[in-house]
Ligand binder design. Sequence first.
Ligand SMILES: C[S@@+](CC[C@H](N)C(=O)[O-])C[C@H]1O[C@@H](n2cnc3c(N)ncnc32)[C@H](O)[C@@H]1O
Length: 285
Amino acid sequence: MEPRNRSRIRLARTPVSKVDNSSSSYDAMPVIYDFEYPECVEDELDFWDAMLREYGGPGLELAVGTGRVAIPLAGRGHEVYGVDISQPMLDRAMSKRSTLHPATRSRLHFSRQDMRSFSFDLRFGVIYAPFNSLLLLTSEPDFTDCMSAVARHLKDRGVFVIEAFAMNEDDTIADSEALTYLDNEPESGATVTRRKDYSFDPKTKCALSELSFTLEHPNGVEEEIQFHYVLQLYEADELFARLRKHGFDIKQVYGNLRRDKHSPNSQSLIIICGRSDFIDGATLT
Ligand SMILES: C[S@@+](CC[C@H](N)C(=O)[O-])C[C@H]1O[C@@H](n2cnc3c(N)ncnc32)[C@H](O)[C@@H]1O
């Protein structure tokens, strides 16, 4: 699925402040999402697998999407729950689930819930937000609500694990790009061309990505899929401060999924944190 060619193009830019993460933004995306981001393997899968082994289950994935991470984790024997607000993304996750071995299937639980307000009758050893999903919460109240829901659902020794972009200077530069994928989308056989327009608002540190996919189907029909998302970018210290403010202690920080030390040049910011009201076996009141 390597890009065949890349060319710089210029699309009409929408001011970042005029766009938010509408709940339906991902609704048109499930098939293309799986084409762009196949199920996780190797370092990525090993990392989330290790989190569940070290801290215990069950796991809860915030913004689980089409099950890219949750499904292979269940394949490794973990009990995994996942919430998402997009019904079409969840429908795709459910349809993939239905093809699995019954034992694996029984370990996967998807539900349509918002990561700001989810509710379960059980608590989790690991609640995790992979692939920058936490950055989709671009307002302070949204972040606060999500942190409260996470804190309510963590076991006493449970951890909240975040995988996010570590913001760097390149992220502040507006950019446009077009690429055509080498492989065709396997279900439709369509050739896929993606146009992406990126802009950044320095006042809010919000980054807007506007994507337009053109699918050229084998019968000559062209299909357009539009999609956008806004990410709240953070310097590492800003995100640490936010988490502490919401009652979490930072246990570990890594710069990638191989668990190398985080540095200013790291590509990712991976944070393992726990509730700060729980120290050495006692919940503080
Ligand atoms: C980048 S995808 C990540 C999917 C999956 N975690 C992965 O690693 O492939 C982001 C997902 O976040 C979901 N989402 C956006 N806002 C949400 C919210 N407030 N609560 C739950 N899910 C949300 C979208 O529907 C989408 O499926």
